[in-house]
Design a protein around this ligand. Structure first.
Ligand code: PSU
Ligand code: MN
Length: 302
């Protein structure tokens, strides 16, 4: 089988040397943050992974190839581009087959990471069950991907724009381990607290790596969700954010926003409503996740 994979020189060398590698997604760059903070963050996240002793592999589809590790100039181009496709499990193959380009979501990045032999992936927050899903049926493909693709995903929980109790219920139904780090509570992206307890708590990266290995040994498909709370100094307290999220969700509804546009719309609306504070917190939590993911990747290599 001839896979359309293209490795950057840095990632190719890391693979040859058996070094720890951390996958990073590109939808957060194209749809999750405004320019130029998106590109600055992508660079800073890669640097954070390197400082923590692993090699970053930012993933995107470029002109029909699945790129594992992106050049500086590509990051800049992606970050500036308008109307980049947002690729998930459903559309990644058609995009590659047509020779087109697109940014990979958590689901698509997990698929690419597995093909590239990368077991750990850091992002901001996974997609999940949207508020009102009982009528819209809007449930992110990220959840089913976690149930079937063996990659450990480090996120600051699920984005607080979602229905977090329903998201945890679906993860449980799908058999996805949800592992909080350093606290018993499931974190809520911009806030450390969600009011919901996490099914599992493991504080040491070595223990999370061991659980990852054990799932494979037991023949269990799928990965793990590592829910790493945003550092205290960077969080926006849950109570302060709740009314803002409610306004953003109401705005999305009255504007008729649906399907793939929902998450990007809500993130940018909350950015406006918090005068940019949500973006600052989002950047801090991604960096924190990159650091922790590097430690898990190193533990898996040891
Ligand atoms: N984390 C962030 N910002 C983002 C995302 C994650 O801090 O924008 C992206 C991821 O790519 C995730 C997607 O897969 O949001 C979820 O989109 P949806 O709800 O349409 O499945
Ligand atoms: Mn959706």
């Amino acid at each position: 089988m001839n896979l359309p994979l293209v490795f950057s020189p840095e990632v190719a060398k890391a693979r040859a040397d058996g070094q720890a590698v951390v996958a990073l997604e590109s939808t957060i760059i194209t749809h999750g943050m405004p320019y130029p903070q998106n590109v600055e963050t992508a660079r800073a996240v890669q640097k954070e992974v390197r400082t923590a002793g692993a090699v970053p592999a930012t993933i995107a589809v470029l002109e029909g190839s699945l790129h594992i590790g992106l050049a500086e100039s590509t990051l800049e181009k992606l970050g500036k581009a308008k109307d980049v496709a947002k690729l998930s499990r459903a559309d990644i193959a058609a995009c590659i087959a047509a020779g087109r380009s697109g940014a990979t979501t958590v689901a698509a990045t997990m698929i690419a990471a597995r093909l590239a032999g990368i077991e750990v992936f850091a992002t901001g927050g996974i997609g999940g069950v949207h508020k009102g899903a009982e009528t819209t049926f809007d449930i992110s493909a990220d959840l089913r991907e976690l149930a079937q693709t063996p990659v450990t995903v480090v996120a600051a929980g699920a984005k607080a724009i979602l229905d977090l109790p329903k998201t945890l219920e679906v993860l449980e139904t799908l058999g996805v381990p949800v592992i909080a780090v350093g606290q018993d509570e499931f974190p809520a992206f911009w806030s450390r607290s969600s009011g919901l307890s996490s099914p599992i708590r493991l504080d040491a990266p070595e223990d999370i790596a061991a659980a990852h290995r054990m799932r494979a040994d037991l023949g269990l498909p799928g990965g793990q969700l590592v829910a790493n709370p945003i550092p205290k100094a960077d969080e926006i307290p849950r109570d302060a954010l709740a009314p803002i999220i409610a306004t953003a969700v109401a705005d999305a509804r009255s504007a008729g926003i649906a399907a793939k546009s929902v998450t990007p719309f809500l993130l940018s609306r909350i950015f406006e409503l918090t005068d940019g504070a949500s973006l600052k917190a989002n950047i801090a939590l991604v960096l924190n996740n990159a650091r922790f993911a590097a430690r898990i990747a190193r533990a898996l290599c040891a």
